[in-house]
Design a protein around this ligand. Structure first.
Ligand SMILES: [Zn+2]
Length: 65
């Protein structure tokens, strides 16, 4: 189960690129949990909001808790 503050990987990486590796960023932090879930890209700090249903469909892996 995921929780607030967890770092996660999504099935699709973010559009931004990590400078050091030149790969698309795919590490997000869960910053809000309710009916909707907000996640923040740890590379570019863009925030994405989605329904819990969509979030669970797109979630690939929990990196930490
Ligand atoms: Zn990003």
């Amino acid at each position: 189960m995921y929780n607030l503050g967890n770092f996660i990987k999504m099935k699709k990486p973010h559009v931004c690129v990590v400078k050091e590796t030149k790969k698309k960023a795919n590490c997000w932090e869960i910053i809000r949990m309710g009916a909707d879930i907000k996640i923040e890209c740890t590379n570019c700090h863009r925030i994405v909001m989605m329904t819990r249903h969509n979030f669970e469909k797109r979630l690939k892996k929990i990196l930490s808790n």
